[in-house]
Write a protein that binds this ligand. Structure first.
Ligand code: MN3
Length: 202
């Protein structure tokens, strides 16, 4: 299936009150995400992948250890990652539903501890990548970090929350302060209702 750039699920200035500016979303969605879509479409054209679903392309082209050379995987996975990322934030849904709060506290000790561990994963990702809250196939919740475009689909996990720690995601608003960007993401940008929906579907 050809990739398509979805509109943001909110206005470009809808996250400014939470610390993500219109300019960041104009660059990140309109230019960076669009480039993954356009490059991915050029690469899958006339290949066996052209008729496959995005999820099948991501899992079918992932090869541990050779991500850097894998253009179809990189662009397809980044397209998928960004579609998740836009819906994981929002101008609404910023209060954590009680059931999700309980699951997170049970899994990580407390919500504060979860936020510390998630931030540490994002800060500890050397170079470009993502940090995630995932549901594993046994139902347990875990925090992971991945390089470049690698994502939970590659490991059979359900992505509940992901944060883009590529510099293009934070340099306009936070310059080099990745820890501050991650803390702000958790405290002011996450749509926890979306995370809870993902958990109930896992
Ligand atoms: Mn990005």
């Amino acid at each position: 299936m050809a990739f398509e750039l979805p509109d943001l699920p909110y206005a470009h200035d809808a996250l400014a009150d939470g610390g993500m500016s219109r300019e960041t979303l104009e660059f990140h969605h309109d230019l960076h995400h669009k480039a993954y879509v356009d490059n991915g479409n050029n690469l899958i054209q006339d290949t066996e992948w052209a008729s496959k679903s995005l999820e099948d392309i991501v899992t079918g082209t992932y090869s541990a250890g050779s991500v850097a050379q894998n253009g179809i995987f990189n662009n397809a996975s980044q397209h998928w990652n960004h579609m998740q990322f836009w819906t994981m934030m929002g101008p609404t849904g910023r209060n954590m539903p009680g059931e999700l709060e309980s699951r997170i506290a049970d899994s990580f000790g407390s919500v504060d501890q979860f936020k510390q561990d998630f931030t540490a994963a994002g800060v500890g990702q050397f170079g470009s990548g993502w940090c995630w809250l995932v549901a594993d196939s046994d139902g347990s919740l875990n925090i992971t970090k991945t390089e470049n475009g690698v994502n939970p689909l590659c490991f059979g996990q359900t992505a509940l929350l992901g944060c883009d720690v590529w510099e293009h995601s934070y340099y306009i608003d936070f310059r080099n302060r990745r820890p501050a960007y991650l803390e702000n993401f958790l405290n002011n940008l996450v749509n926890w209702e979306n995370v809870a929906e993902r958990l109930s579907g896992a």
